[in-house]
Design a protein around this ligand. Sequence first.
Ligand code: HPA
Ligand code: ZN
Length: 329
Amino acid sequence: MPLPKAELHLHIEGTLEPELAFELAARNGVTLPYADTDALREAYRFDDLQTFLDLYYEMMAVLRTERDFADLADAYLARAAAQGVRHAEIFFDPQAHLARGVSMGTVVEGLWRGLERSQDEHGVSTRLIMCFLRDESAESALRTLDEAKPYLHLITGVGLDSAEVGHPPVKFRAVYEAAAALGLRRVAHAGEEGPPEYITEALDVLGVERVDHGLRCMEDPALVARLVRDRVPLTLCPLSNVRLCAVDALAEHPLPAMLDAGLLCTVNSDDPAYFGGYAGDNYTAVRRELHLTDDALRRLARNSFLASFLEDDEELRARYLAEVEAYEF
Ligand code: HPA
Ligand code: ZN
């Protein structure tokens, strides 16, 4: 039995495995510019975040109907459950779909169809986090939040993703203020490729409660001290960092130093179809390459539930935490 864990940094569009992509392409009459799944996997060589994003957005062309989004979510939840994920807070990128003529209702209701049976079928509780694309305009983000208003009962929070450098958090001040006023939780990608200043800005200007990645905080000791003091969770994605060249090799990942510094680190998969592993694979890889102890792994799992947005179900959180403490390696 795998270690129970929560996954807090997971882009549902990044769980699109080549086999499902070709199945959906056939179902929807979409032609992909790859001969087969092997040819597509050959394209999984990235120099940085942008080279990945180009493929990530291209592959979304196969997602057209509610059923497609439901199938995508269900496939992810089955895989995640098999790797010990008990709770998943799932990002989605509506602007990438709206731009292709797929409506907010199709995306959210389709994902929900997958999520609503997750607890019963997979034993995984779920939440949805709607991300704004930071390389789109602030006005587009505001329009997106507006379009999401009929579905806010299904959405727990907002996030910020896509190309980081040159798109500082401050650009999204207004939409985060509006989201907070609507009672939405707030997270943002910061310090993946962008500088530590973006992490500080995400905290100060956007009021985020968790930082996605946050890797580059290690360049700023005062920021590390603040993140430790305020117990701000970081959602790290080790295999993603290797594939997107944010670190040279997994053995050089700063996770051990971050744990030693007292940061509230969690381990997640980001875009598992593209980066070579789901949540459990990330735990296994850091254990092997970074020589983490059983205690360190248990701490990561505990952190994942502490950092989750389960304030609306503390009983469930307590149950998950008890499972972590009782786990035998
Ligand atoms: N970083 C930023 N944006 C993203 C990512 C990521 O790792 N995955 C999907 N969108
Ligand atoms: Zn991400």
